[in-house]
Each structure stands twice: as structure tokens, then as C-alpha cells.
Ligand binder design. Structure first.
Ligand SMILES: *Cc1c(COP(=O)(O)O)cnc(C)c1O
Length: 457
């Protein structure tokens, strides 16, 4: 084929814009880049035909369109799925978000005085109250929280940070504790062995240049067998004897005893850490807390004040939308402290849902789907997990819809659901396609029934 036979950018983009709803300039730019590639291939002597080119460009553009952020029904049974946006928000938080987002707000304005106000003042007080901490503040995520803490406490000559070799974890997204320390200008001082670190290991590593002792929660892996580490209270006594702050990155940061909601491990809470003498804790807002992406720092008020004065703090501060959602989430915890079963936090609700209720929903969905010709569909026992790098050994009993497809391959079935409207993501288990109901919201059941019926009827 000759270069002259290539479709024109303008005409082809026009025809694509009728079937793919993306802004026209985006389609034109996409088609132009793709055609440039084909032009080069033709110049290199490759045999191609116009139909092949048009099919390929259409498919690639569809792929690109599918990458635009959109809602997904999570049938994976992984409650905090980092690839699927971690924690969904409750109705109160979502309503507050719309309310603040669509107008002006008192973000930094003191209404009674009519003067400049303190950003996040209410939220910081509510957090400190909930966590029983002297003070608290918020940044964009837990990684940023750890970096700003390190920048404040470890600098100049006094930059040594003592960490147990058993806690040099990678916390996902390629973010490793040793690398975070390096990025922050801190010098890592490793102590102990992978499985055992003693109080004396910490004590022997303290020098005049020790900036802090850091504990990191092993949130995404499990260590069993011959292991030992000092209690937080012992470590705290040692640190304070030397006038050194003790900091803990607790990652997921369950704000309540999650083991009371579901048959899962006990996840450490920031409240318990602070009670045990940790000076500063940091944790994520969008893991077990069930709020927006954010990193919460809580502890001693002089340390929090110092952190907020760091120039770097300005670079990682939260915007009004995050602050609004987090403020509602924390208020929700404070409101339902005496009866957590009443919470509006979806992550906690999903965690606590009984399998009887899930089974009842599965039965209704199955009856709505009715007879299918392309295989068999039943409900089955399954196992959900918390995910998001939390409680790696926890297995939560759950109920799933299970499809044994015939006349359509497993791959075709799961791809059709992923690319449908709404997009539905499940998992495969022993040649069956499964959708775990623990992570699917009741208001999504009808969409599940109708998509499955359309594909399998
Ligand atoms: C998840 C996690 C982080 C990172 O939190 P982000 O909010 O995703 O930045 C840091 N430390 C630990 C221990 C974690 O589990």
C-alpha cells in the first residue's frame, strides 16, 4: 500500500468520534500519532492494508477510552483494592463533597471574625479527639506523612534513623522504607536480624546523631516462627531516656477493633500505639479507615507544630475536597463510637456484613438472571480479604456467584464484563468465574444480574 492510500487524519477522526465519545482534539491527536507510526512502517517497506490500519487504530482508541477513570463494580472480594481505588465513600461524605466542591467554602476563612482562618482546624481537632492524641494533622498520603516527619526530625548531622531489619518493608508501588529514608536525607541505621530484634540492639545503636527510632508496621506480610521484638512501651522508655522521639508508621491504621466486626486478625490501632508511648504515628486515610487518600499524623503537639512549619508540608497539604471527605469520615467515627455497627463507612459495613445477608442477595440475583444457555451459574462459599496491604493472612468467609461457562470462554466472559457498562471485575477460581458479593454494594445487584443475563442467556 502506498502512503497516499492512508486515511486522512481529519476524516478518520470524524468517523471515530461518532462511535467513541472522547473530546475531538484527543481523537485527532491519537489518530495522528497512530498514522505516523503506520506511515513509518510503510516507508520501511512493510505490507499493510487500509482495513488492518483502521481496525488497529479503532481498537487502540477503544483501549485508551477505557483507561479514563470511571466506576467499577468490585467483585474481587478484596475490600481495599489499590487497583480499584481503595476505599469507597459513604453517602454522608459523598454528599458533603458535592456540597463543598460546587461552591465556595470557609477553607481558610474565620466566619465569626471575618478574618483569615486556619486550614483544617476543625478536622485536626476532631482527629486528635478520636485518636486521644495531643495533636494531629493531615497530608496527601501516608508516604508523604512519613517523609515530612523524617524531614522535620532527621536533618543535618543528627540524621540517623534506627529501624529493625525485620521492618524494612516495601509498602507497595515500589515504595521501600530504606528508599524513603534516603529521599528524606535520613541515614538508615539497621539493627537486629530479620526475625529477631532485641531492645539491646536498639540501645547499642543510639549515638549523639540519632534523630529518631522508627517502627514500621509489617502491614502487607506475615512473619511467623522464631520471632521477637521489644514491646512499644519498652522501646518508648529507651527512646525517652535518651531524649529521642519514637515514631511509628502503622500503615493501614484501623481506627477501631476490626476483629470485633469480622473474624479477622487484630490490626494495630493508632490509639493503642500512642497509649504505649509512641510520640508520633502516621497511617493512611484510605485503607481500613475507609476515607479518602490521605496520610494522618498524630501525637505530641510540639512535634506536630514543627511538622506543620516545615516548608515541605506546604507541598503535601490536602485540598478542600479531601479535607471535606476526611472531616465527614472522622465525624462518622465519633458519632458511632459506641455502636460501630451503625457506621456509614462502606469499608467497615462490607467487612461486617453477615454471610446470611450475602446469601440472600445471591439468591435474588440468581432468580433475576433465570435460565441461561451458556453454562451454569450458582452461588458458592468464597473467601474475601481486606487487601490494600493489610492483614495478609485474614480470610473473611463470604458468598460469591460462580459461573461455569460453556459456549463462551472464561476469558471472553470476564473481558465482556470488564468492558461493559458498568464495568464489572471478578476473579477466576478453578475454571469458574466468580463475583464475591462482600465487595459488591446491594444497589449494584441489579446491574450484575442484567449484565450476566445479557452475556449468558
Ligand atoms: C500502605 C502503607 C503506607 C503507604 O500509605 P499511602 O497512604 O499509600 O502512601 C506506608 N506504610 C505502611 C506500613 C503501609 O501499610
Amino acid at each position: 500500500m502506498s502512503l497516499r492510500e492512508l486515511p486522512s487524519v481529519e476524516k478518520f477522526a470524524n468517523s471515530l468520534s461518532k462511535i467513541i465519545s472522547l473530546p475531538k482534539p484527543l481523537i485527532i491527536g491519537f489518530v495522528r500519532r497512530e498514522l505516523d507510526g503506520w506511515r513509518q512502517q510503510i516507508l520501511d517497506g512493510k505490507e499493510v492494508n487500509r482495513e488492518e490500519i483502521e481496525t488497529s487504530i479503532t481498537e487502540n482508541l477503544n483501549h485508551f477510552a477505557a483507561s479514563k477513570l470511571k466506576p467499577v463494580i468490585n467483585g474481587t472480594g478484596v475490600l481495599i483494592h489499590t487497583n480499584l481505588g481503595r476505599s469507597p465513600l459513604g453517602k454522608t461524605a459523598a454528599d458533603a463533597l458535592v456540597n463543598i466542591a460546587t461552591g465556595y467554602s470557609n477553607l481558610e476563612f474565620n466566619l465569626p471574625e471575618g478574618t483569615r482562618g486556619k486550614r483544617a482546624g476543625y478536622l485536626e481537632t476532631a482527629l486528635a479527639c478520636l485518636l486521644d492524641a495531643e495533636a494531629s494533622t493531615v497530608v496527601n498520603n501516608c508516604a508523604a506523612a512519613l517523609i515530612v516527619i523524617l524531614r522535620h526530625l532527621a536533618n543535618g548531622e543528627k540524621n540517623e534513623v534506627i529501624v529493625s531489619r525485620g521492618e524494612l518493608v516495601e509498602i507497595g508501588g515500589g515504595f521501600r522504607i530504606p528508599e524513603i529514608l534516603e529521599t528524606s536525607g535520613a541515614k538508615l541505621v539497621e539493627v537486629g536480624a530479620t526475625n529477631k530484634t532485641r531492645l539491646s540492639d536498639y540501645a547499642n545503636a543510639i549515638t549523639p546523631n540519632t534523630a529518631l527510632i522508627l517502627k514500621v508496621h509489617r502491614s502487607n506480610f506475615y512473619m511467623g516462627g522464631f520471632t521477637a521484638e521489644p514491646e512499644a512501651s519498652e522501646l518508648s522508655a529507651l527512646a525517652h531516656e535518651h531524649g529521642i522521639p519514637l515514631v511509628e508508621d502503622i500503615g493501614s491504621g484501623a481506627l477501631m477493633n476490626t476483629d470485633e466486626l469480622a473474624p479477622i486478625d487484630h490490626e494495630p490501632t493508632p490509639q493503642a500505639s500512642l497509649k504505649n508511648g509512641i510520640d508520633l504515628v502516621c497511617f493512611s486515610g484510605d485503607k481500613l479507615l475507609g476515607g479518602p487518600q490521605s496520610g494522618i499524623i498524630a501525637g505530641k503537639s510540639d512535634l506536630i507544630a514543627g511538622i506543620k512549619n516545615e516548608p515541605f508540608f506546604r507541598a503535601v497539604r490536602c485540598d478542600k475536597l479531601i479535607l471535606t471527605v476526611l472531616q465527614e469520615s472522622i465525624d462518622e467515627y465519633l458519632r458511632t463510637q459506641s455502636d460501630p455497627s451503625q457506621t456509614d463507612i462502606p469499608t467497615l459495613r462490607n467487612l461486617a456484613e453477615t454471610t446470611q445477608k450475602l446469601q440472600a442477595r445471591a439468591d435474588v440475583i440468581l432468580s433475576k438472571i433465570g435460565e441461561i444457555t451458556k453454562g451454569e451459574i450458582t452461588s458458592t462459599n468464597s473467601t474475601a480479604t481486606t487487601g490494600g496491604g493489610t492483614m495478609p493472612t485474614s480470610q473473611i468467609p463470604s458468598i460469591a456467584l460462580s459461573v461455569n461457562p460453556t459456549g463462551i470462554s472464561l476469558n471472553q466472559l470476564s473481558r465482556s464484563l470488564r468492558t461493559g457498562k458498568p464495568a464489572i471485575v471478578g476473579y477466576t477460581d478453578q475454571e469458574k468465574f466468580c463475583l464475591d458479593l462482600r465487595t459488591i454494594f446491594p444497589w449494584q445487584d441489579d446491574a450484575i444480574a442484567s449484565q450476566l443475563r445479557t452475556i449468558l442467556a
